[in-house]
Design a binder for this molecule. Structure first.
Ligand code: CA
Length: 378
C-alpha cells in the first residue's frame, strides 16, 4: 500500500510520473518549470470526498445557489457585459442567461475563480488513489496548456479540483472547447476579462447539443393520482402526452413544446416537480448532479425575470450522511433492489432501486432517498 499523504510518497509518485509525462509529449523544460513548486495538499483530497451537490438537500442547495444576492449580482453582470454576452449568444445560439447562470454558479460571476495552482491540485489528485487515472490525464492536459504559452504556471489557477477560471473548465475541456473570443491569440479563461471564458462555456454547451430557443425545463403541477413510476429522467414522452396525463405549468397556460420530456421530482413527491427537456441533459455535461442542473436552469430563469419556484419543499427532512447513503445502497441490494454499486451517490440507479423498494412496500414510489426509506430497510 502506498503511503498516502506523505511528502515522500508524493515525491516518489512525481519521479514515477515524469517518464509518463515525457512519453505523452510534454517538453522537459515545461515539466521542470511546472512541477518545481508542486506539493501534496491533503486539504484537496479531503474536499474531493465531500462535494456539496451530494451532501445537501436540493432545497438547501438551491437556497445558496439561487439566492437573492446571486440573482442581483447576475443582473449587474449581465448589464456590465451585455455587448459581450449578446455577441456570444448570437454566435453560439446559447441563451445568455444560461451562460451567465453557469458563470454565477462556477465562480460567482468571476469573483471566486479559485486561487489553487492548477498543476498542484491535479498532481495531488493524480497521486491520490481514488480517481488517479482521470486526474493524471487532466494533469497531462494542463501541462500541455503550459506548453502552448497561452498561460503561465503562475497564472494557471482555479479550484481545488483542477477546474480553471470564470467557468471552471477542466484542462481537457479547455483543449476541446476553449475559444479566443477577443482575438488576442490566447484562449485566456483565467484573467479578469470574462469574454474568452464565457464564449468557451457557450461553445461547450453548443457542442453537446444545446437547442436554441428551448427551455431547460419548467416547474409543473402533477394531477392527483399521478403515476410516480413515470417520474424519472429515464421515462421520456412527447409534451402532448404529458399534457394528456394532466401535467400543467405551475405558472399557468399550456406546456411549451421543446421535444421529448421527462418529469423530475428532486425532493420527492412532497417537493417541486419539473418537466425537463433535452437542454437539461446538455447542462448535465457541465455537472451531472440534478441539483446543479436545476440551479443553473432556475438561476437563468430568475435572471430573465421569471418567478421563484412555487412549490414548498419538505424542509423538515434532512439529508442522509455519506455513511447513511452507503448503508441505504447496501441494504437495498441485500433486500433484492440492486442499486448497481455502492458509492454513496444517489444517482439514477439508486433512485430506481428506491422506487422498486417503495412499490413493493405500498409506498409512493417517488424514488426519494429519505431517512424514512432507510429506517424501513433497517
Ligand atoms: Ca483571448
Amino acid at each position: 500500500m502506498k503511503a498516502i499523504g506523505t511528502d515522500q510518497g508524493f515525491a516518489d509518485w512525481l519521479t514515477a510520473f515524469r517518464p509518463r509525462a515525457l512519453e505523452a509529449g510534454i517538453a522537459p523544460d515545461v515539466l521542470d518549470r511546472a512541477l518545481a513548486q508542486a506539493r501534496f495538499d491533503p486539504k484537496i483530497v479531503e474536499r474531493d470526498r465531500n462535494q456539496s451537490e451530494f451532501t445537501k438537500t436540493i432545497w438547501d442547495y438551491l437556497d445558496t445557489a439561487v439566492s437573492d444576492d446571486r440573482i442581483a449580482h447576475g443582473q449587474r453582470a449581465l448589464a456590465e457585459h451585455a455587448a459581450t454576452l449578446e455577441q456570444i449568444e448570437a454566435q453560439s445560439g446559447v441563451d445568455r442567461h444560461v451562460i451567465a447562470a453557469i458563470w454565477g454558479l462556477e465562480s460567482a460571476y468571476g469573483s471566486f475563480r479559485g486561487d489553487t495552482p492548477t498543476i498542484q491540485a491535479l498532481a495531488t489528485l493524480a497521486y491520490d488513489a481514488r480517481r488517479a487515472a482521470f486526474f493524471e490525464a487532466e494533469l497531462i492536459a494542463a501541462l500541455k496548456i503550459i506548453g502552448t504559452g497561452e498561460v503561465s504556471v503562475e497564472a494557471m489557477r482555479g479550484s481545488w479540483a483542477g477546474a480553471m477560471g470564470h467557468t471552471q473548465f477542466m484542462p481537457s475541456s479547455w483543449w476541446a472547447h476553449a475559444v479566443d473570443f477577443d482575438g488576442d491569440g490566447k484562449r485566456d479563461v483565467w484573467s479578469d476579462d470574462p469574454g474568452d471564458a464565457l464564449a468557451s462555456a457557450a461553445a461547450y454547451l453548443r457542442h453537446w447539443g444545446w437547442t436554441s430557443g428551448a427551455l431547460w425545463g419548467l416547474e409543473v403541477r402533477l394531477p392527483d393520482g399521478f403515476d410516480y413510476d413515470q417520474t424519472t429522467e429515464r421515462v421520456k414522452k412527447p409534451v402532448a402526452e404529458w399534457a394528456a396525463l394532466g401535467v400543467v405549468p405551475m405558472a399557468g397556460g399550456d406546456l411549451p413544446d421543446h421535444g421529448q420530456a421527462s418529469v423530475l421530482l428532486p425532493g420527492g413527491a412532497q417537493g417541486a416537480a419539473f418537466l425537463i427537456f433535452s437542454n437539461f441533459q446538455v447542462i448535465e455535461r457541465y455537472n451531472t448532479a440534478d441539483a446543479y442542473v436545476i440551479a443553473v436552469g432556475h438561476l437563468a430563469d430568475r435572471l430573465r425575470g421569471g418567478p421563484a419556484i412555487e412549490a414548498r419543499w419538505p424542509r423538515t427532512l434532512r439529508a442522509l450522511s455519506l455513511a447513511e447513503r452507503i448503508e441505504l445502497q447496501e441494504r437495498l441490494g441485500a433486500a433484492g433492489f440492486d442499486p448497481m454499486g455502492v458509492d454513496g451517490r444517489i444517482g439514477p440507479n439508486t433512485i430506481a432501486a428506491v422506487k422498486a423498494f417503495q412499490r413493493a412496500n405500498g409506498l409512493v414510489p417517488d424514488g426519494y432517498a429519505s431517512l424514512d426509506v432507510l429506517n424501513r430497510l433497517r
